[in-house]
Design a binder for this molecule. Structure first.
Ligand SMILES: C[S@@+](CC[C@H](N)C(=O)[O-])C[C@H]1O[C@@H](n2cnc3c(N)ncnc32)[C@H](O)[C@@H]1O
Length: 270
């Protein structure tokens, strides 16, 4: 397998994400998202369902689901520094169920429990080999295979009859052939003005997206270039069926969400 090693600074990514996350996840966004997700999750179930949030980061959207009465939420993420913020966030969240520092690539080998709902939201999936400065594979076939390997782990974690929820940035669509500039937001954080812009470049043949993260905070301009694998929601639905989900379809989201959400069903009975 052809691999390239990324050398960007992980600490800087955490710092920039901590700012961007607050600009993106305004109270309005979080509350609307949690209402939307809670309706999608309930679907003939009740709030005691078991949920595994595999891209928990600093806690969105599980923290908001917890506040709505979903208590059986396990959290995992590969970034220990983000999980530390989640645990520190208080209100009991992150204390009633395990919080695990795990890569998606290892999840199904380590966790023997199976869940009614498995989440990989907040447009995280494309970063599977790049968020923590690990190794990306190159070449379209190797990338598609890599995505399937990780989705297979999510499939294993899902109970028969359960569902997997996965989000993909809305700008990952074929209309964006070269470049898309997304204003992330502007706000006062800890008494300082913060603004952020994401400048994204698309290389569809190579299935690689370049993400230039520009953040102004505390009077300084930070910039960092990161990468993610590039595929659209139709391809993602196809990958989900390839790994065994019996159905994978988009659930309509409000226009102001920055991600599309695909829900995949695992066959069998709960
Ligand atoms: C866009 S952020 C979303 C974070 C989260 N929703 C939050 O509130 O902070 C993407 C997340 O995916 C996680 N991630 C990326 N690749 C991963 C992998 N291979 N295994 C586990 N987590 C991963 C990152 O650590 C990061 O927390």
């Amino acid at each position: 397998m052809n691999k390239t090693t990324l050398v960007d600074d992980r600490e800087l990514l955490t710092k920039l994400w901590t700012v961007c996350e607050q600009l993106l996840h305004t109270d309005d966004y979080k509350n609307s998202y949690a209402r939307w997700l809670s309706e999608a999750l309930l679907h003939d179930a009740d709030r005691s369902i078991t949920i595994m949030d595999t891209a928990a980061g600093v806690g969105f959207p599980s923290q908001q689901l917890f506040a709505q009465g979903f208590e059986n939420i396990w959290c995992s993420d590969a970034a220990p520094d983000l999980l530390r913020s989640l645990i520190a966030s208080g209100g009991g969240f992150g204390k009633t169920a395990p919080v695990l520092c795990l890569k998606w690539q290892d999840l199904s080998h380590v966790i023997m429990s199976r869940f009614d709902a498995v989440l990989c939201l907040d447009a995280s999936i494309g970063f599977m080999d790049s968020w923590g400065a690990e190794e990306m594979v190159t070449g379209p076939d190797a990338i598609c295979e890599r995505v399937r390997e990780v989705l297979q782990n999510f499939y294993t974690l899902t109970k028969p009859g359960g569902r997997f929820f996965v989000g993909l940035q809305k700008n990952n669509n074929r209309k964006n052939t070269e470049r898309y500039v997304m204003p992330v937001g502007k706000a006062t954080l800890d008494g300082h003005t913060a603004t952020a812009t994401w400048d994204m470049r698309y290389d569809w043949p190579a299935r690689r997206k370049t993400w230039l993260n520009l953040v102004e905070y505390q009077g300084k301009l930070y910039e960092q270039t990161r990468y993610s694998y590039l595929f659209d929601k139709h391809e993602l639905a196809g990958f989900l069926q390839d790994v065994g989900f019996t159905d994978a379809r988009e659930v309509q989201t409000p226009d102001f969400f920055y991600e599309d959400v695909i829900v995949a069903q695992k066959g069998g009975f709960l």
